[in-house]
Design a protein around this ligand. Sequence first.
Ligand code: PLP
Length: 390
Amino acid sequence: MVDSLRLPVYLDHAATTPVAPAVLAAMQPFFSDVFANPAAAHAAGLEAREAVETSRETLARLIGADPEEITFTSGGTESDNLALKGVARAVLGERRHVLVSAIEHHAVLDAARALSAEGFDVETLPVTAEGIVEPEAVADRISARTALVSVMHANNEVGTVEPISEIGRICREAGVPFHVDAVQTFGRAPLDVRASFVDLASVSGHKLYGPKGIGALYVRRGVRLVPCQDGGEQERGRRAGTLNVPGIVGLAVAAEAACAEREAESARLATLRDRLMAALLANVPGCRISGSRRQRLPNNVHVCIEGVEGEPVLLALDAAGVFASAGSACSAGSTEPSHVLIAMGLGRNLARGALRLTLGKDTDAAAVEYAAEAVAHAVTEVRGMAATGS
Ligand code: PLP
């Protein structure tokens, strides 16, 4: 056991992160002091509006966009829905084909399913065994009928980072809008929407030490998009509803800090990630790393463990004070193996033994060492129970 260990060890930063103290402090005045509706014409409204516009400028600058290309939403799920449905429904004529990768978050996959029910022809892009969407797969399928392509920047389960610039170039040359779900990468990996030929990008506050319930969608100037929610002219008519001013301020402050710290923090996390992977491979028999070793988020460890179910392992880890997950937080409780792992070609049995450990600001060497030991114990315990039938 290591001296500096602090329990519990939270290794579920891909699911959500705590709000950073500086973010909370920046948000505070906008709950009760500067509380006016930013759409109001009076001076109090103007003060709130200025905070919103400053935040919009910050976000735009961080991804290489212009402020008017940023639309605030309630989070990643809404941004994904607005991108897919908003663009597909705005396209007229023959463009009824939508291309999405097989490993997208359910916010994209379910929005695509809704479009399919509206008569769109939704096609799924395959991935390699490492979870990579190959640009050639996009090139092979894109056509004059394609309304939109959606490929995530990095996968939320296995952490594989996708070649979005190459895919973006193919889409731009074909004149097809390209949406990128950047929820897991914003603040963790560089994103320059112009350099990567991205037309729409989704981000979310709570994955980068900002508040929950706030996000944004970048929409490149000139991309047609119909609103998905009726009720007001906010956000240039793109997204009706009174703006969440404290959330918007919090998102911008969190994003600014995450991007400023990104390089140093990514290097620190990648070292810890590699140490954790090595410890798991050395101490847990039948443990296999999922996803790409090279093109991987610096904070993601994902393994599949032969002969065990993820659920009892997670319970044993919980009891030992290690908070992890089997995959996407949205699929917690589901007994079905992850669609991401199945798309990567893993067998259903192996996919059931999935374990995701995602590191963050508060993760240190002691935490990683403890977690590796705890996983080894948990797996031994679960295998023992299975062997004795208890
Ligand atoms: N997209 C990805 C890749 C995610 O990981 C998540 C959250 O888990 C979402 C979208 C949804 O974001 P939010 O929780 O802000 O709705």
